[in-house]
Design a binder for this molecule. Structure first.
Ligand code: GLP
Length: 246
């Protein structure tokens, strides 16, 4: 695990965008595993900026998103499909037909999970998987306690995650309780992983990810076993690590 320290959220975003853009330049038709949440917004902004300056070309890039709320369609402003369109896709020259996100409106769970795993396999796997991290150590929507050998599956979100995500909704009742998420197995099969973390609410999870035992109780701890993981974390997210390791 390579740890890159950043001073602030902006610094973290720029460093993360540098790693993503290196991947795009080295392999113009790379398969990017993309993430949502507040963590990657700054990195996406930076990528858009470099695209506008003519430094990046997304025309052959393929993307597979980590997850989507079950029950929300792409026109719903809270869906991850909508998030991706607003925060990245509509600003760059990625082809819409090359962007994949689980279909939140598909009620047949088994069908959707099989379909999505088939898409990832059909693309030849993920070259670079971008991840945020939940305060409880979740990655994608792989909540504590989930088996490590899962591929795309339907998740019952924990109370903790529902509360954390409520800030994007008008009320708690509106936060979906289920989501489709790629599994730890899909994530671990990515050739390279880039995890970004910002803020003190992530500090305990970041410490457990780097130093804790490898256990489903902290899903991100499995990343210790992957041979190409970069973590870009700002000072606040590194605080518990710094305190305990000093
Ligand atoms: C959600 C997403 C995760 C994300 C996490 C942290 O649960 N499914 O992919 O990493 O939130 O979000 P944020 O970056 O907003 O803190």
């Amino acid at each position: 695990m390579k740890i890159y320290r950043a001073k602030t959220y902006e610094d973290m975003s720029r460093k993360a965008a540098n790693i993503i853009s290196a991947q795009i330049i080295m392999k113009p038709d790379a398969v990017l595993g993309l993430a949502t949440g507040s963590s990657p917004i700054g990195a996406y902004k930076q990528l858009i900026d470099w695209y506008n300056k003519g430094d990046l070309d997304f025309s052959e890039i393929r993307s597979v998103n980590l997850d989507e709320y079950k029950g929300l369609g792409p026109d719903d402003e809270q869906s991850y499909a909508y998030f991706m369109k607003e925060n990245l896709f509509k600003h760059v020259n990625i082809k819409p037909e090359n962007t994949y996100i689980p279909n939140g409106l598909e009620e047949d769970t088994e069908y959707e999970c099989r379909r999505y795993n088939g898409i990832i396999a059909g693309l030849g796997g993920i070259d670079l998987q971008l991840l945020g991290i939940g305060g409880n150590g979740h990655i994608g929507f792989n909540e504590p306690g989930e088996a490590y050998d899962k591929e795309t599956h339907c998740v019952a979100l924990t109370e903790n995650t529902i509360k954390a995500n409520a800030r994007f909704f008008d009320s708690m009742d509106q936060v979906p309780k289920f989501a489709y998420s790629t599994g730890i197995k899909n994530i671990m099969q990515a050739k390279a992983i880039l995890l970004i973390a910002s803020g003190e609410s992530k500090a305990e999870a970041v410490y457990n990810m780097i130093c804790g035992p490898i256990t489903p109780a902290c899903p991100a701890s499995i990343l210790q076993l992957h041979n190409n993981v970069s973590v870009v974390a700002d000072q606040a997210a590194m605080a518990v690590y710094d305190q305990r390791m000093s």
